[in-house]
Design a protein around this ligand. Structure first.
Ligand code: ATP
Length: 351
């Protein structure tokens, strides 16, 4: 890949009989933020540890700036890879001040270089005024920034972040996330960050890689993944959705709630048995005594309410609406596609 900064090809790792990473391929471009989004246990942390040199794959290759750092005949030590990794718990030294924490990784440099680097990263992360504090005297968000400053001081070619916001409470997450995105973009630091939070992945990343069972299922810009998922797994990871069965007919799928227009009709033939992915905002609900669908549950969320609706085939579809007091559990409703909505459709796996 022409502008590829980091290139992983055909990576595999097993822990005992557990084949955790399977023929995995991915690349990262200069200055890019790539999120790896996947369910718990799919191998996200293991992938970061392989790239950092903390796990040795069974086979595969890793190139950094077109130099092989791992392959059949080479395995550069973690300290020689110039890859920075930030862990969930920040791993700051509790007995060192912020400044000494930052200096720790660059103590081999000349004094002038050390000073310049500390100055650069404290400005970048806006840590001025906190340099003489100890980690326990900082908020979670500030500790996170120290961890980033300490890593950026070493000028890593690539930064790896494992669930960087998971220890922050909800009120801090958004502001820290935005600040860190800005730090990464203004320092043009190519970053891979791992999460199971899709909102986080979508908002911070240039591209999102959906990882399922040790392999990258789909990679692309967030909106592409959301609107054009290439599998049921990608559809589920990229937004809440329900699936209902149907049969293809003339560019639509006949389902228990009526015909639904397909997103890529050319990929299917009439009569194909498929599953249709329905996002919570895809359908509108109209209460009517003739309605064949029944509201079975109502989740009040403040700004919106999620209604769980049972179709005549006993499928459950969740529909998101602004509060509508005339809708309640037990009500009969008609469901119809919101104007211009096209539905993603997947083949039913043959049993
Ligand atoms: P989570 O989102 O829950 O952190 P993850 O996608 O990061 O999960 P990993 O931590 O990479 O998943 O783990 C993937 C699988 O590999 C799991 O089944 C885990 O138990 C296993 N595993 C990871 N490291 C080791 C190890 N050192 N020895 C044995 N098994 C391991």
């Amino acid at each position: 890949m022409a502008d590829s900064l980091l290139e992983c090809s055909n990576l595999n790792i097993k822990f005992g009989q557990n084949h955790v990473i399977k023929n995995l391929n991915m690349h990262l471009s200069t200055g890019e933020i790539l999120s790896i989004l996947g369910p718990s246990g799919c191998g996200k942390t293991t992938l970061l540890r392989i790239i950092a040199g903390l796990e040795i794959p069974l086979k595969g290759n890793i190139f950094l700036k077109n130099h092989e750092i791992f392959g059949p005949n080479i395995n550069l030590q973690p300290s020689d890879r110039n890859i920075g990794m930030i862990f969930q718990d920040y791993a700051l030294f509790p007995h060192l001040t912020v400044e000494k924490n930052i200096l720790f990784g660059i103590s081999n440099l000349e004094q002038k270089m050390q000073d310049d680097n500390v100055e650069r990263v404290q400005q970048l992360t806006r840590l001025q005024g906190l340099m003489s504090r100890y980690p326990h005297e900082l908020s979670g968000g500030q500790q996170q920034k120290v961890a980033i400053a300490r890593t950026l001081a070493t000028n890593p070619t690539v930064l790896l972040m494992d669930e960087p916001f998971s220890n922050l409470d909800a009120s801090l997450r958004l502001s820290v996330r935005m600040e860190i995105e800005q730090i990464l973009k203004s320092s043009n630091t190519a970053t891979i960050f791992v999460t199971h939070d899709r909102e986080e992945a979508f908002s911070i990343s240039d591209r999102v890689a959906i990882m399922v069972d040790g392999a990258i299922q789909q990679v692309g810009p967030p909106d592409q993944i959301y609107f054009w998922p290439n599998s049921k797994e990608s559809a589920v990871m990229s937004g809440s959705c329900d699936f209902i069965k149907g049969s293809v007919s003339g560019g639509s799928v006949n389902t228990s709630i009526g015909p639904l227009p397909m997103r890529m009709p050319e990929s299917f033939s009439d009569g194909d048995q498929v599953e249709v992915a329905i996002r919570q905002t895809d359908l509108s609900m109209e209460p009517t005594p003739a309605g064949k669908n029944i509201v079975v549950r109502k989740d009040f969320r403040g700004d919106e309410t999620i209604f769980w609706v049972k179709t005549p085939r006993e499928e459950i579809i969740r529909c998101k609406h602004k509060i509508h007091t005339t809708l309640f559990s037990g009500l009969k409703v008609q469901l119809s596609p919101v104007q211009y909505t096209k539905f993603n459709v997947f083949n039913v796996p043959s049993s």
